[in-house]
Ligand binder design. Sequence first.
Ligand SMILES: Cc1cc2nc3c(=O)[nH]c(=O)nc-3n(C[C@H](O)[C@H](O)[C@H](O)COP(=O)(O)OP(=O)(O)OC[C@H]3O[C@@H](n4cnc5c(N)ncnc54)[C@H](O)[C@@H]3O)c2cc1C
Length: 447
Amino acid sequence: MNKRTFIRLFAALMASPVFSPLLTWASDNKLTNWAGNLEYGTDRLYSANSVEQVQNYVRKQSKLKVLGTRHCFNNIADSTDNLLSLRSMDEVVALDSDAHTVTVNAGMTYGQLCPYLDSKGFALHNLASLPHISVAGACSTATHGSGEKNGNLATAASALEMVTAAGELVELSRKRDGEVFRGAVVGLGSLGVITKITLDIQPTYMMRQYVYENLPLPAVKEHFDAIESSGYSVSLFTDWQNQRINEVWIKSREEKGQAFDPTPEFFGAKRATRNLHPIAELSAENCTEQMGMPGPWYERLPHFRMGFTPSAGKELQSEYFVPRQHAVEAILAVERLRDQVSPHLMISEIRAIAADDLWMSPCYEQACVTIHFTWKQDWPAVRKLLPVIEKELAPFSARPHWGKLFTTSPTTLKSIYQKLPDFVQLSNKYDPQGKFRNQFLNTNIFS
Ligand SMILES: Cc1cc2nc3c(=O)[nH]c(=O)nc-3n(C[C@H](O)[C@H](O)[C@H](O)COP(=O)(O)OP(=O)(O)OC[C@H]3O[C@@H](n4cnc5c(N)ncnc54)[C@H](O)[C@@H]3O)c2cc1C
């Protein structure tokens, strides 16, 4: 039995809805995701350079998945048949300064788009922790940053162009297509191949980033709302040890009335005296500038700088969305698991996200707080731990991040996504034979 057969068999034996055994050792010369924990089920990868090529390819294949920038930790982007990449289709198609929109080809990353937008005097409303990811892939999984007034990145999408399973080109827009559009944006890659995406933009802005160390947990309990609303985007990093939040990252816009007052103390935490990495032992060189240094939005909203490795690199990630009103209870519930969690954890991050109206967004009609885990790359251990965390968060109907590792059952997913049946119908409309479905979608959405 060769390595590949072994991996396939191992995957088949795993009862989890998420296939992600630790495969780093087998990934030499193989196509893997960014973290290296998943070897894709095929190395048949076709790279398209035009919409026509996408259409022809889709017409010819009976099964395929689109790969973005491969930053998901689970098998949502995986295929055992064919993979299609649009990475070379990475141009800005149109900047409409009157309508305040930008249209980009689907292979574009935020790292490519943001400096361009800024040079034209525009900005996006928010960014994830890293700019390295594709716009289409991020919107497809409801990728988010932080900020209680900021929707996830998909909420900026106002139009999509997509190739359906029949190879036809469909255009959907927020204005014209209402509910159908709201169903399609967080599409989990199951409706078709997004070829273009239009995003809302706004005038460019400057930001400052401040970091505080050692926020006592009792302060979080008592002042959570005040802490979360202290900046445009707030992140709390904790290892769940010693009843404290290790680092508070406050990203503040420069505009009048929005600027954060960087007092030396913040609810008992102390202002940092140097740039920090969320994982304190790692070099802050990879991180965006802190210490209140003013800079453009796209160099402050992400935690990590383009051109540098984001996060730790060799890691796994999980994240759960809980309704904002249960934030403190949920944080305390995870804190009670600290002795189980800590041995496998690099760092956790707590963020806030505004409610939206996108069907498959974890923030659909509910403002959320997310509890994120950057794990050491030990899948067998993490695999055992996730159900324990999910059980603690179940009373809050926690929704897992679509692009990260979870063991939440398909039945539970159905019960917490009220629009899931409509989403299935919408997928059937554009992809009646399940051309874009894979193990992840068949298990979690279409089972
Ligand atoms: C270091 C690190 C930090 C992260 N930080 C954050 C964070 O701050 N916030 C957060 O929410 N997430 C975060 N993530 C998760 C990740 O960014 C998202 O899950 C996102 O989907 C990755 O985009 P991608 O293009 O790499 O997706 P991929 O893994 O390549 O694909 C994701 C899904 O999108 C689909 N897709 C991609 N392109 C297309 C297309 N053109 N048409 C149709 N479907 C398409 C794929 O088929 C798949 O279903 C992080 C991940 C890493 C590795």
